[in-house]
Design a protein around this ligand. Structure first.
Ligand code: ADP
Ligand code: MG
Length: 252
């Protein structure tokens, strides 16, 4: 069974169809990448899947469950985590604090238990910290653990965004342009993280990315979209060679 099924998804803003009948499936364990010119609707598709936007039509099924009507925090709790094209971290908190916040949707204690600081809460607090420390190790962030986000280089903040998403123990991670603004060397590292997430963590990855060398290297399948509509699907090489895709890029 597919982990994610997106069926005929659509949304308009002020009469403009930003996403117009997009369907695709993401299989467990694959890296599936959306490519397309700026304004094609890629981030909007992410916002629809993570339930920040309400689709005007279509359906989203995750892990066999229809999530189209669920609120965003429920979807996060079911195991979909995401990063944002523009980094969304708490600048005046440390890396560790940001990751503990990212862990929040996994807390199963009730507010009054937290208030009373019952033993159950203390125990789970320890478990949360252990998991977050593992994520810090996995992404080589130990040197930045207690540093404030505001003082970190851009490339490190991009990795912290991924760490925050991983802290919620997702089954599916949505990465919106993970390599944008990164140097060649940082992009190379990003490719390794993505490969490790797939191979070592067994995660399923849905990504938006422009850097075609990164896309070719890590993606199992690629879907090209333009003006809200699907254009071509296949391997990175097949999609890049598709005349409709070439035309869409030349037209911008
Ligand atoms: P991409 O990520 O492919 O570059 P986006 O999904 O960000 O493109 O945007 C697709 C289209 O939807 C653009 O025309 C954009 O202006 C529009 N759009 C996205 N979000 C909103 C919003 N919240 N309000 C109005 N228009 C939006
Ligand atoms: Mg975008």
């Amino acid at each position: 069974m597919s982990l994610l099924q997106v069926k005929d998804l659509s949304i308009s803003f002020g009469g403009v169809k930003a996403v117009d009948g997009v369907s695709f499936t993401v299989e467990p364990g694959e890296v599936f990448t959306l490519v397309g010119p700026n304004g094609a609707g890629k981030s909007t598709i992410f916002n629809l899947i993570s339930r920040l936007y309400e689709p005007s039509a279509g359906q989203i099924v995750f892990d066999g469950q229809d999530i189209t009507g669920l609120p965003a925090h429920k979807v996060a709790g079911l195991g979909i985590a995401r990063t944002f094209q523009n980094i969304e971290l708490f600048d005046h908190s440390s890396v560790l604090q940001n990751l503990l916040i990212g862990r929040h949707c996994r807390r199963n204690t009730r507010w009054f238990e937290e208030l009373l600081f019952l033993p159950k809460v203390r125990r789970s607090e320890r478990q949360h910290r252990l998991l977050v420390e593992e994520v810090i190790d996995f992404l080589d962030l130990a040197a930045y653990r207690d540093k404030l986000i505001a003082g970190l280089p851009y490339g490190v903040r991009k990795v912290v965004e991924i760490a925050r998403a991983l802290s919620s123990e997702p089954k599916l991670i949505l990465l919106d342009e993970p390599a944008s603004g990164l140097s060649v060397e940082e992009t190379q590292n990003m490719a390794w993280w993505i490969e490790d997430m797939q191979k070592d963590l067994g995660l399923t990855v849905l990504m938006v990315e422009h850097d075609m060398s990164l896309v070719s290297r890590v993606s199992n399948r690629v879907l090209a979209v333009s003006e809200g509509r699907p254009l071509a699907m296949g391997t990175a090489a097949e999609v890049q060679a598709d005349p409709k895709v070439i035309e869409a890029y030349l037209g911008t």
